[in-house]
Design a protein around this ligand. Sequence first.
Ligand SMILES: NC(=O)c1ccc[n+]([C@@H]2O[C@H](COP(=O)([O-])OP(=O)(O)OC[C@H]3O[C@@H](n4cnc5c(N)ncnc54)[C@H](OP(=O)(O)O)[C@@H]3O)[C@@H](O)[C@H]2O)c1
Length: 287
Amino acid sequence: MRILVSGAAGKLGSRLIKQLRRNHEAFGADVLGNVEYFLDIEDYDACCSLVNSLAPTIVLHTAAWTDVNGCALDPARALRVNGVGTHNMAACCATSGIPMLYVSTNEVFDGARRHPYREYDRPNPQNAYGHSKWHGERALLQINPRHYIVRTAWLFAHGGGNFIQAILAAAKAGKPLRVVTNEIANPTYTSDLAEAIARLIATERFGTYHLVNQGAVSRWGFARYVLDSAGFSDTPIEPITRQQWQRPSLPPEYTALENIEASSLAINLRPWQEGVDAFLKAEGFCL
Ligand SMILES: NC(=O)c1ccc[n+]([C@@H]2O[C@H](COP(=O)([O-])OP(=O)(O)OC[C@H]3O[C@@H](n4cnc5c(N)ncnc54)[C@H](OP(=O)(O)O)[C@@H]3O)[C@@H](O)[C@H]2O)c1
């Protein structure tokens, strides 16, 4: 397949490019970074011009404004990038008859439940980021029947800038750690997700999927597991509630996802603890 990946400089996009190049031709586009093509997804003509000139077999759309606090402070920009940007890409693909996969988020759900959300549970986003991503989902649903919507959660990736690295850096520096106990979801390793996406697009079974590492945990439990596994079991973590950690964007409380649809295609991600172990080993920790 010839595959165009938007957001190719990001955590998931860069991993997808590596994964896909094992068996396919993959091209990366982003607003920044070391990728083949510059593309601002807010620019409809630029999206169509790239899609038409490359004529890919499929477009994997991972580009997004993922700064959830930034989205809360500037919801109009969140909608422009995550909503209209996705609409642009969906329209270009639909016009050229090209399938598209859109990566969405557990934050489209309201978090009021206490059992995992399935693919066809009704989204009800509670913050600007979730709202903008849900807008992107609806645009794709309405415009291009040949689509995959893949919701995922709490990505961790090599290269820095996410939860595991932040927790380990604080522990190494001897900084006090306070982590929230009542935010619950599925930590997901980008390597596992990229592999699952590569398998999914080979099926041509279009639809909505939840692709996360199996099992759910609180932010506190996630941090505890990381520290215990990486040799920092003596480092204390003060448990706090989400209400005690004020941020511009309050995440939903419980947004664990369940993978029903991909499971029926025998696409299953391993338990999150095994994903964390693999990540730490690859980062050079002896477990
Ligand atoms: N990270 C998570 O925990 C998580 C959880 C659930 C779902 N997701 C979804 O998964 C996808 C990938 O997430 P990620 O963590 O890999 O995100 P990421 O690392 O922030 O990558 C997204 C990429 O898109 C780029 N981008 C931003 N605005 C753009 C624009 N107007 N045109 C083109 N590219 C633009 C970003 O550039 P800049 O860095 O310059 O902004 C970045 O390189 C996103 O759709 C996200 O919503 C992520």
